[in-house]
Design a protein around this ligand. Structure first.
Ligand code: NDP
Length: 497
């Protein structure tokens, strides 16, 4: 099928990206090969910046999922990956990272086209994916056990063993980095893997499958089943999986957990958020404005850690919001592949309509809605960056995860009220404190109910830093050494001396 590309895309694409898109391998990748999906369910790959259907693929059926799990099971049970010397696993994962880095320009373009995000953001995503792979490649040779001081008659050890077959269900906002948060530690620890990318962003995951083969990852160790919710549901209920790592909405996370109960499969869930950014009057306000903007406009607000609630000292509220709007007006809304774009479209018309309807609801609740820029003259799924002031606890826009470029502003009088507002959310993924007062920073950070607290910064991610939520934002940690615990099982061995 010839790819349908908007003029802006055709002009921007490298020959390598263009030719890959002419015949993208979007079939299920099972046991080291792409094979035709056994279903009739066709899914469009849509460019969010133009609304054009770039190409189509067939969703993996329940039978395809079974085959993928069975290939991963066989690859685990025969030890072709877990029994390799750890330094060989390290070497192969490093090779995979090198291949991804070498093709970064092409993968960046695919990611920008598929998600709608600006090229500069897509480039950072691919860099992060490479960094996460390299970090966990190093872990392959560093997962150690311990000798236990049991009674002297016995020699006892606790060693970390791979879990088995690990499944990942990933969303559309950061397709490749979120896949790497799961795949890299799973493979480093000796597990095998089955992934289902979001139906809305399958391109970079398919590209990555090709690289796995080229890097010499043995057949069956990495398997990919592209498809929609039904494919994800099939994956969560197929026997033979030992662990599921999910990133997405709280509602789907609950469905995943219910399905996992039937097969007693371990689950880690990274669900959404409604993260507060607390700005105190003694903060470096210039830096705080930039930080708050980065926290909410990045990826057009479609970020689990989006700092979507600005909780600000009433005394600086008006000036801060005015300057934030001024700076926001300087953003350029447009197609992700246009070089001037700094803010892209939303992923789909459904997501745009969801965001728009939440804004309409906010208007009926008497909040004050200020849009910062006009929509571009294009058919993409654009929403203007929007600041909503006059928000009060209980307003829908204050409670619901919007997943769009919408910042809700709440004013506080005093530290206790700031914390009450911040912690009133059902979610607890991330948060930030902006203040120059070191004692206040420690007091507030300690009391914030969130998996991450950033102080005088926002959105710092690094392979070494554990990431995950509390409350309705899920449980389990990705990244850092914490993830190694989630992809290994402790085995106690006792020898009678
Ligand atoms: P979902 O939670 O539905 O999607 C996340 C992943 O789960 C996708 O791969 C999806 O497949 C898959 N999935 C869907 N249904 C099932 C199921 N029954 N069993 C197993 N897997 C399933 O999110 P949406 O895409 O519908 O987005 C809705 C809202 O979720 C957003 O507005 C946002 O609030 C939140 N969200 C949060 C994310 C985060 O980073 N925490 C990421 C994405 C969304 P498919 O996409 O193909 O349907």
């Amino acid at each position: 099928m010839t790819a349908h590309l908007a003029p802006v895309v055709r002009d921007a694409l490298l020959p390598t990206t263009h030719s890959w898109l002419e015949k993208p391998p979007l079939e299920p990748f099972i046991d080291g090969a792409f094979r035709a999906a056994r279903s009739e369910d066709r899914i469009a790959v849509v460019d969010p910046g133009s609304g054009l259907t770039v190409t189509e693929f067939t969703a993996a059926s329940a039978q395809d999922v079974e085959d993928a799990v069975s290939a991963a099971r066989t690859a685990f049970d025969d030890g072709r990956w877990s029994e390799l010397d750890p330094e060989i696993r390290e070497e192969k994962l490093r090779r995979l990272a090198d291949l991804l880095e070498a093709d970064a320009d092409t993968v960046t373009q695919l990611e920008a086209l598929d998600t709608g995000k600006p090229l500069a953001e897509a480039r950072l995503d691919i860099r992060e994916a490479v960094a996460v792979l390299r970090y966990y490649a190093g872990w392959a040779t560093k997962v150690e056990g311990s000798v236990i001081p049991a009674p002297r008659r016995f020699y006892a050890t606790a060693t970390r063993e791979p879990i088995g077959v690990c499944a990942a269900i990933t969303p559309w906002n950061y397709p490749l980095p979120i896949l790497m948060y799961k795949l890299a530690p799973a493979l480093a620890c000796g597990n095998t893997f089955v992934a289902k990318p979001s139906e809305q962003t399958v391109l970079s995951t398919a590209y990555f499958a090709q690289l796995c083969a080229a890097a010499g990852i043995p057949d069956g160790v990495v398997n990919i089943v592209p498809g929609a919710g039904a494919t994800g549901a099939a994956l969560t209920s197929t026997p033979g999986i030992d662990k599921i790592a999910f990133t997405g909405s709280t509602r789907t996370g609950q469905a995943v957990m219910r399905a996992a109960a039937d097969t007693l499969t371990k689950v880690t869930l990274e669900l959404g958020g409604k993260s507060p950014q607390l700005v105190f009057a003694d903060a470096d306000l210039d830096a705080a404005i930039d930080g708050v903007m980065g926290g909410i406009w990045t990826n057009a607000g479609q970020v689990c850690i989006a700092g979507s609630r600005l909780i600000i000292d009433r005394r600086i509220h008006d000036d801060f919001v005015a300057e934030l709007l001024n700076r926001t007006r300087q953003l350029t809304l447009g197609h992700g592949l246009a070089s001037a774009t700094t803010l892209g479209p939303l992923i789909s018309s459904t997501q745009r309509d969801r965001v728009t309807s939440l804004l309409e609801q906010a208007a009926t609740e008497n909040a004050d809605i200020q849009t910062a820029s006009a929509l571009p003259d294009a058919d993409g799924f654009f929403v203007s960056p929007t600041v909503v002031t006059g928000v009060r606890p209980g307003h829908t826009i204050e409670r619901e995860e919007v997943f769009g470029p919408v910042l809700s502003v709440l004013a506080f009088d005093g530290e206790d009220e700031a914390l009450r507002l911040a912690n009133s959310s059902a979610y607890g993924l991330a948060s930030s404190v902006w203040s120059k007062d070191a004692s206040r920073v420690h007091r507030v950070a300690r009391r914030l109910q969130a998996g991450t607290v950033w102080v005088n910064t926002y959105g710092v991610f690094h392979p070494t830093l554990p990431f995950g939520g509390v409350k309705a934002s899920g449980f389990g940690r990705e990244l850092g050494s914490a993830a190694v615990d989630h992809y290994t099982e402790l085995k106690t061995t006792v020898i009678d001396l």
